[in-house]
Design a protein. Structure first.
Ligand SMILES: Cc1cc2nc3c(=O)[nH]c(=O)nc-3n(C[C@H](O)[C@H](O)[C@H](O)COP(=O)(O)OP(=O)(O)OC[C@H]3O[C@@H](n4cnc5c(N)ncnc54)[C@H](O)[C@@H]3O)c2cc1C
Length: 385
C-alpha cells in the first residue's frame, strides 16, 4: 500500500530492497520479453545475481550466503513482482532448494553445494511431482534403490521449476518402494549424472518465461552420500517441515501482485476516458478499486503477521496454509476485477495486468492446491468439547 511499511522492515532491509530494486530494474525489466520468448531467463542472470549478493540471501555467510533471514527473501520476491517478472525461479532456488540443504545436509554437502548456489554457478530445483501423482506425495513412483555404495534412480518428474537450467535437483524418491511416506527419501542429483535427461519446456497458460520441465531418470547412479539427512525414509517429514516456507513464499508473491494490480489500475483509470470523463469518474470504478485496496490491505496485514511469526520460528502449518489459500484465491479475484477495468486492453498480453491475471492462476495449484490447504486447515479445527 502506498506509504505503508511492513513492521518487520528495518534499515538493513531498506538497503537490501534498494539493491534488489536496482538489480531488477537493470537486469530483469528490460529483458522480460526475451525471457518469455525463450521460456526461460538468461542463464547468466543467476551469475549476475550471485555477484551482487541476491542469491541465497538467507543462508549463513559461512556457506557463501548473505547471512540474512526470510525477510530478505520476501523483499526479493516483492521487488521481482514489482519488476513484472515471474520468469526467474529465484524464490524456489533461494527459499526452498538452498534451505533443504541447510536444514538436512551434512557439513560436506553444505560446503559443496551452498556456495555454488549462492554464486549462481549452480541452479537448484526440487522434483516432487510426477506424471501420476502430485498432491498425494506418498504415492511417488520414482525409485532410488541402493546397490553397494550407490543409489540407482529410475522414474520421471513433471512441472519442475528451473528444470531445464538446474545443475542440482533435490529428487523425491522411494528408497523403500514397499512403504508409503516412510519409504520416501530426498536425494541430491547433479544433472550432469549419466542417465538424467530433461524434456522440453512445458507450454503453460501463464508464467510463460518460467523454466518448467519434465525430468527423466534412467539408471541414474549417485553415491549414497547424496542422501539428504542422516538416514533413509526421512523425506516425507523433511517435505512437511519445509513446505510452510514454500507456501509463505507464494503468499508473499500474491500480496505483491495484488498491490501491483491496484497501482497499475489506478493509473489506467485516471488516464483512460469514456463518455467524456476518466473511467475513474464512474462510481463502479471507485467501488471496485475500494474493494481491491481493502483486499490487498487485509492480505498484506495477514502476510506481515505470518512473516513476523516465521522470523521468530513460530509460524504453524495451518496458519501458513490459510495464508496461501486466502492470498492465492483473493489475488486471482483482485487481478480479475482490475483486468475488467482495462476493457479490451486488459486482455492483451502487452498490458501487465493481463500477464498478472494469467500468471496468478497457478498459485492455487502449486505448493499444494487450495483443496489440500483446506484439508490441512480443517484438520486443525478443534472438535466441540
Ligand atoms: C508452473 C508450475 C510449477 C511447478 N513447480 C513444481 C516444482 O518445482 N516441483 C514440484 O515438485 N512440483 C511443481 N509443480 C507441481 C505442483 O506442485 C502440482 O501440480 C500440484 O501439487 C498438484 O498436483 P497434480 O498436478 O498432480 O494434481 P492432482 O494431485 O492430481 O490434483 C488434481 C485435483 O484434485 C484435487 N485433489 C487432490 N487430492 C485431493 C484431496 N485429498 N482432497 C480434495 N481434492 C484433492 C486437487 O486439489 C486438484 O484440484 C508445479 C506446477 C506448476 C503448474
Amino acid at each position: 500500500m502506498p506509504g505503508r511499511r511492513s513492521p518487520w522492515m528495518d534499515q538493513d532491509l531498506d538497503d537490501f530492497r534498494d539493491l534488489a530494486r536496482t538489480f531488477c530494474e537493470k537486469e530483469i525489466t528490460p529483458n522480460v520479453d526475451r525471457f518469455i520468448a525463450n521460456k526461460e531467463v538468461d542463464r547468466d542472470l543467476w551469475n549476475k545475481a550471485g555477484d551482487v549478493g541476491l542469491l541465497c540471501c538467507s543462508i549463513p555467510e559461512e556457506y557463501g550466503g548473505g547471512g540474512g533471514t526470510f525477510a530478505h527473501e520476501a523483499i526479493l520476491i516483492e521487488e521481482q513482482a514489482r519488476a513484472l517478472d515471474t520468469s526467474w525461479g529465484v524464490s524456489l532456488h533461494n527459499g526452498i532448494v538452498a534451505h533443504y540443504i541447510l536444514a538436512y545436509g551434512t557439513e560436506e554437502q553444505k560446503h559443496e553445494w551452498l556456495p555454488k548456489l549462492a554464486s549462481g554457478e549452480c541452479v537448484g530445483a526440487i522434483a516432487m511431482t510426477e506424471p501420476g501423482t502430485g498432491s498425494d506425495l506418498q504415492s511417488v513412483k520414482t525409485k532410488a534403490i541402493r546397490e553397494g555404495d550407490e543409489y540407482v534412480i529410475n522414474g520421471s518428474k513433471i512441472f519442475i521449476t528451473n528444470g531445464r537450467q538446474a545443475d542440482l535437483v533435490i529428487t523425491v524418491a522411494k528408497t523403500n518402494p514397499e512403504e508409503a511416506a516412510a519409504g520416501i527419501s530426498l536425494i541430491l542429483v547433479p544433472t550432469s549424472t549419466p542417465g538424467f535427461s530433461r524434456g522440453k519446456h512445458l507450454d503453460k497458460v501463464g508464467m510463460k518465461g518460467q523454466d518448467t520441465a519434465e525430468l527423466i531418470y534412467e539408471d541414474v547412479r549417485v553415491p549414497v552420500s547424496n542422501l539428504l539427512g542422516t538416514e533413509e525414509g526421512q523425506g516425507f517429514i523433511q517435505l512437511m517441515q519445509q513446505l510452510p516456507q514454500e507456501r509463505l513464499i507464494v503468499a508473499v508473491a500474491n500480496v505483491a501482485a495484488m498491490e501491483l494490480s491496484l497501482d497499475l489500475t489506478l493509473q489506467y483509470v485516471h488516464e483512460r476516458e469514456a463518455f467524456g470523463r476518466p473511467i475513474w469518474g464512474f462510481q463502479n470504478t471507485k467501488f471496485k478499486l475500494a474493494e481491491v485496496a481493502t483486499e490487498a490491505r487485509v492480505a498484506r496485514s495477514f502476510v506481515d503477521e505470518c512473516i513476523a511469526l516465521h522470523l521468530e520460528g513460530k509460524l504453524d502449518i495451518p496458519t501458513v496454509a490459510m495464508a496461501k489459500l486466502w492470498c492465492s484465491e483473493r489475488a486471482q479475484k483482485v487481478a480479475d476485477k482490475c483486468l475488467q477495468l482495462f476493457g479490451g486492453y486488459g486482455y492483451m498480453n502487452e498490458y501487465p495486468i493481463a500477464r498478472i491475471w494469467a500468471d496468478l492462476r497457478v498459485s492455487q495449484i502449486y505448493a499444494g492446491t487450495s483443496e489440500i490447504m483446506k484439508e490441512i486447515i480443517s484438520r486443525s479445527l478443534p472438535a466441540p468439547s
